[in-house]
Design a protein around this ligand. Structure first.
Ligand SMILES: Cc1ncc(COP(=O)(O)O)c(C=O)c1O
Length: 416
């Protein structure tokens, strides 16, 4: 089956569910064992799935308890894994549950995370706060830094850091700055030679994936999603996902069971429903975004416009992504005052955080999603006071442009 068919028909046999066309919602916290021997065997395998049964509802393995796994979870995971071309996928109750489980599962005190910036505000806060408090060190690099500069910085440190993980977000929220996977893979190899241990590479792929970008196909070990965004797609759920190899999934599935962030039956069912239209939604909102970028280019109130599609044709981003998505940001002349006037004047476009829904949404990153990032660091990242982040939905583009036009006018004049 083609990947898009997998999202609709893959891994589900109606005869396993009383011939229901769609898998029903399995609202059960636990499952009855067929025998004491079966219970013993299931507990022996707990947290580790056999290759045969892994992520495959057509050969259902026994279930124990829905924090470990349940039929709706297995279906959602098998379809995402198939679409992404990954061995395995894991769903969580939020993007942050996925990210925190990844960190807890892969890192130990004394390890260093080498990461790009900016990252989503919540990830940034987790790394700088809890993770540092628990003895994990951070080292940042800017995507424009050359390999030699980064390696020289590592070599120049008094004690060679134990770089266990490279963590990138591309495009980054909210500046749309991109990271070159080729450079990440080279960094991994160079650090491996320097420290005698290959770091794990991970990429927050929320903004373009899985339709327009598949990091695992470029050698990245772990793909990360806030499934609240495009995978869920209707602003009616909170969820997260990881895609990775079978071994990593077995490790992280165990950590997820211990930390308790497993996606519930209801969340998994909604995600499965939403993924059927994933390609349609992401393509439609991208078409709208391209037209909105063209409109914004000509607006005098817009000082700077950020959209991956505006990068030069020979930029590495275009070699690793098949599209540019539907998230863009722009800096208004007049700083925060103009930005607030603009947001307060929007009619159709929702003034809300989050992104990737069918409806368009705009927000002021500096005072909302990235308000926990210190002001001086926000300036370095380019999260300026006039920056508006716009998530373009699938409404009629003429309605969206009309709303943007009147809000830009109001931002300029102060008239609401
Ligand atoms: C790029 C990115 N990663 C991770 C997250 C966190 O996901 P969640 O809000 O589903 O926990 C978000 C949320 O906005 C995000 O935009």
């Amino acid at each position: 089956m083609k990947p898009s068919t997998e999202l609709i028909d893959g891994h589900y046999l109606p005869s396993n569910s009383r011939n229901a066309v769609k898998m029903p919602l399995y609202l059960s916290s636990n499952y009855v064992f067929n025998s004491a021997q079966e219970a013993k065997e299931l507990f022996q395998q707990k947290g580790v799935q056999s290759e045969e049964n892994d992520n495959d509802h057509e050969k259902p393995a026994g279930m124990i308890y829905s924090r470990l796994e349940h039929p709706n979870l297995i279906l959602a995971e098998s379809r995402l894994a198939a679409y992404e071309g990954a061995d395995a996928a894991l769903f969580f109750e939020s993007g942050m549950a996925a990210i925190s489980t990844l960190f807890m599962g892969m890192l130990a005190p004394g390890d260093t995370v080498l990461h790009t910036s900016p990252l989503y505000g919540g990830t940034d806060q987790l790394l700088r706060g809890l993770l540092q408090r628990w003895g994990v060190h951070l080292m940042e690099y800017a995507p424009h830094e050359s390999m030699e500069e980064i390696i020289a910085r590592i070599e120049g440190m008094k004690n060679t850091p134990s770089i266990r993980m490279i963590y990138v977000e591309t495009p980054a929220n909210p500046t749309l700055q991109t990271v070159d996977f080729g450079q990440v893979m080279e960094l991994k190899a160079r650090i491996g030679r320097l420290t005698s241990r290959l770091p794990v590479t991970s990429c927050d792929n929320t903004l373009l994936g899985p339709v327009f970008q598949k990091p695992l196909q470029h050698g990245i070990d772990i793909g990360i999603y806030s499934a609240t965004k495009f995978l869920g797609g209707h602003s009616d759920l909170i969820a997260g996902a990881l895609v990775c190899s079978r071994d990593t999934a077995n490790l992280l599935r165990g950590v997820r069971s211990q930390m308790g962030g497993t996606a519930s039956p209801h969340t998994s069912w909604l995600i499965t429903r939403s993924m059927e239209t994933l390609e349609l939604r992401m393509e439609a909102s991208q078409r709208n975004a391209v037209q909105i970028v063209e409109f914004l280019k000509g607006q005098p109130q817009v000082q700077q416009l950020f959209y991956p599609g505006l990068l030069p044709a020979d930029h590495p981003h275009h070699g690793q992504a098949s599209g540019n998505g539907s998230l863009l940001s722009f800096e208004l002349r007049g700083g925060q005052t103009a930005a607030f006037r603009f947001l307060d004047s929007l009619g159709l476009i929702r003034h809300a955080v989050s992104l990737g829904g069918t409806e368009s949404m705009a927000c002021h990153s500096a005072t909302t999603t990235h308000s926990n990032v210190p002001a001086e660091i926000r300036q370095i990242y380019g999260v300026s006071d006039g920056l508006i982040r716009l998530s373009v939905g699938i409404e009629h583009v003429e309605d969206l442009i009309a709303d943007l036009r009147q809000a830009l006018k109001a931002a300029n004049t102060g008239a609401h």
